[in-house]
Each structure stands twice: as structure tokens, then as C-alpha cells.
Design a binder for this molecule. Sequence first.
Ligand code: PLP
Length: 349
Amino acid sequence: MKENKYRYDFRSDTVTLPTQEMLEEIVKAKLGDDVYGDDETVNQLEAMTADMMGKEASLFVPSGTMGNLIAVLAHTTPGQEIILEESSHIYLYEVGGIARLAGVQARTLKGIDGMPTVEAIKGAIRQENIHFPETGLICLENTHNMSGGMVLPLEEIKKVSELAKEKKIPLHIDGARIFNAANYLKINVKEIVQYTDSIMFCLSKGLSAPIGSMLVGSQEFIRKARKIRKMLGGGMRQVGIIAAAGIIALKDHNQWINKDHENAKLLAEGLNHLEGVSVDLSKLHTNIINVDFYETGLNIQELVAKMTEKGLLVNPRNERLIRFVTHRGVGKEDVIAAIGIVKEILALG
Ligand SMILES: *Cc1c(COP(=O)(O)O)cnc(C)c1O
């Protein structure tokens, strides 16, 4: 595997490269045409995923974005309304696919650290009225990306799930980083997933696989989802080539996620010591760190450019925050080096 151009890449956990074992499994993978259901490796990954999640079935999809879109298409009909947290990935970062392709409108709610209250959700569910669209779906995001990888409280998810059942509205979780949430809570991922009708999670982030996400739910839901995936052009052929890496990702991820969370703490504490830089450590749950540079008085875009110049890659969040993400590709030494680079830049002003 060729090395990345930049030395310290904290932009996202999507930059992780496959492990040696993944590459070896890719070469050995038993393949077939997955549109005909003939790819043994994909079938194994889908069965393994359903089992891990405590659900009936699962579907391998090319990306998290497609997984979420398929979920919305499968759960809703055009003209319905779906409830989303206002800074959710589906609402902000998925190119408006739910509007253009699923034909639903978004009802957004302000969350507390990414979690809308059950009262707010209850208030947003449409009553029967000749003027109103129907509420077709409730979506939550766990971990919550924009709030800095925060984990939704399990009790709150449970309350929303009870409400959704009572109102007969399906509940979908965008769980791109659901294994980070389970790791933080020190529980089995099933304990979170049990409250949902469907969940999407990414193999290609902290789990380190090169490509792919999983959509999980009931047999009936996955049957519909499989057909919608075909419609979107996501039915792939000898895709066991990449599913093979996904199987390793599911087996081995905990060791990496533990380290990612430790490194995130180390990085946050180190940056917190620098003049004008602050991280709210009480809100650091997983591997995403929103670092506040406001008090340095420096322009965020210029700061990011200076970091990039020194080989430290990060993403600006807004005019005061820069996002750092830890992952398998950055070790403890890289975290220490990153803190050093930021310190050096701030010293020069
Ligand atoms: C990354 C991400 C997605 C989308 O995954 P892609 O594979 O990049 O399409 C969806 N939701 C959240 C919260 C994410 O962080």
C-alpha cells in the first residue's frame, strides 16, 4: 500500500487504508454475481452483519449516502415528511437526495448534542388533517457527526422508539459510526440497534475497510431495499472483492476503535493546553474532536492552510471550529506531532 501524501491526516476516518489481512482476504475471496445472489463472500458479510446487529437481514451498499437514501425510499412514499435533526448528515451532506430522489420533505428539529427531545419529535409528528403531509419516518444519527462524534443517550433513543411504535412510524438510525457509540457506552451494538427499524453503518470509516456500508433491518425491509439499490445502480457483480475486507473490519474493529478514542483524548488534552485553543472534554465521546480556535483571534481558513503546509490535514467546521478525526492511520506519535505543529503555528502568530 502506497503511503498518503500528507504525513498527518486528521481530516476523517474515511482516509483509512485497508489492513494487510484485508488485502490478503481480498485475493482469496470466493466470488460470484451478487445481483444473482451468487457471491458467497457478500452473502457471508450480510449474514454476519444481521447476526451482529440482532436483525433479520442486511444489505451491502456502495456508500453510507446510498444506504441512507435507500432507507428513506423504502420506508416512505413521495409527498411524505420525515423528521431529522437539523445538523444531521442526511439533511446537510447528502446532496438533498431525500428531496430529489425520494420526494419527501424534511422537518428538522434542533437537537441537544445531536438528539432532539422526544417531546419535540412528538410535536413534529403530523396529525390527521386534509392539509397536512403524513410523517413517514423518524431519523436519528449516532454517533452525531456535527456535534463532534457525540453518542446519543440510550434512554432517549428508547423513548423515541416507543413513540414511533405507538404512532406506527418507522425509526431509522444513520449509524455511520455506530460501533464508536457502542464502544463509548461499553455495550453490545445490538442494545442500540434493538430500538430501530433500520440502521445504516459504514465499513469504510473507523472500521478501516476501503469501500462500503451496510443497511440492516427486517427481511421485508431488506427485500425492498435490494430492489431500490438495483434501481439506483448500486447492484454490483463480483463485489466480494470489497466485501472480503468488510468481514475483517467487523472482526477486528474494536482494537482500532479503542485506540482511536484514546488518541482523541490525548489530542484534545494536548490542544486544550495551548493558549487560545479549547476543546470541551466533557463532550468528547469518540473519535471526532471539534477544536475551538476563536480565542487565538486567527482566521480559521488561514490556520488550516498553515497546518496543511506543515503536513497536518484537517477540516474547518465553521469560522471558529476545526475538526480533527482520529483513526487507524494516525498513531500516538502522530497525535504528538500534530499538537507540536499547532503549537508552532500559534507561536508564530
Ligand atoms: C460519512 C457519513 C455518512 C455517509 O457515508 P459515505 O459512505 O461517505 O456516503 C452518513 N452519515 C454520517 C453521520 C456520516 O458521517
